[in-house]
Design a protein around this ligand. Sequence first.
Ligand SMILES: [Zn+2]
Length: 354
Amino acid sequence: MTETRINQRDKILAVAYTLLAIMSLLHAADIPTKPVRLAEAAARLEASLFWDPLTGAVTLSKNGHLVNFRAGEELVLFDYRELALLDAPIADAGGILVTTAFEARLEAFFNTLPPPVSYRVGAILIDPGHGGKDPGAIGKTTINGKMVTVAEKDVVLKVAKDVYERLSLVYPDKQILLTRTNDTYPSLEDRVEMANSVKLDAHEAILYISIHANSAFNKSSTGFEVWYLSPDYRRTVIDKGDSQSSDILPILNSMMEEEFTTESILIAKSIMEELDKKIGKQSPNRGIKEESWFVVRNAKMPSVLVELGFVSNPGEAGLLADDGYLQKCAAGIYNGLTVFISHFEGSRGFTTIQ
Ligand SMILES: [Zn+2]
């Protein structure tokens, strides 16, 4: 995210407020329509649906378009640039209910051309966790009758370098970067600083992928998981001193902030799915999680953290000590990133992220 992009948003929001005022008048004349399940509407529209039941935030995507709204709120944000007031979606035990008019509005929007200015991924920073004096999680396993120590810092460096090689080959026009290439220890602040100091063009974004391995007191814990930036961590995007419509500002604000979250969720989803294809038969898929990790929280960009598996489990430590298995992990992360990038860069393919 660049300053220019935020400034552009301010201008867009000024226009949006005017539109909002007009739409409030039109809205009064709306006739309530039949309720429909959002999940069914999304299926009919062949749009990808993501709903966070904790925050009530909903993202729908199709044809390079994104629609954001929240259960219980009338404001709907289209492609982060256009606002509308529609009947507030309702959350219940069965999911989210919208109206037929809401569905029709979504359909009309998805059928429009995607926004002309498309952002591209200019850089990907791959962050192998720990290193040097900090080994991260330590486990033991037996290979060919010999007891072997498995250190997180070594496992994640191998995978990170492999992901780096794969991305560098296929994206010579992007900056592919590593926070460390050896057994050294950049501090967490160093890593965040590295991420935030990468030079980007106006319409470029940077992705931050931190790679770790897990440890648990319970030695039977196994599996891989992907974490994304928690929506609890909010930036102030819109100036609060500004408007008469102060009651909607917090809602708008959080919707704009959620762009990073949305992108992070989409990256997390695609990495999770592609990792599952590669290692899902050998290690349980623990799903996508939401957290405000230090590394992820302070990087002002879409960020995810991948936990490859548990070195504290002797069986999984055995897998993580195997180069063939680590290549599969790298392939999964790489594939997930390419899936996300092709969507992010405006190809009409969002629908394949289900
Ligand atoms: Zn770690």
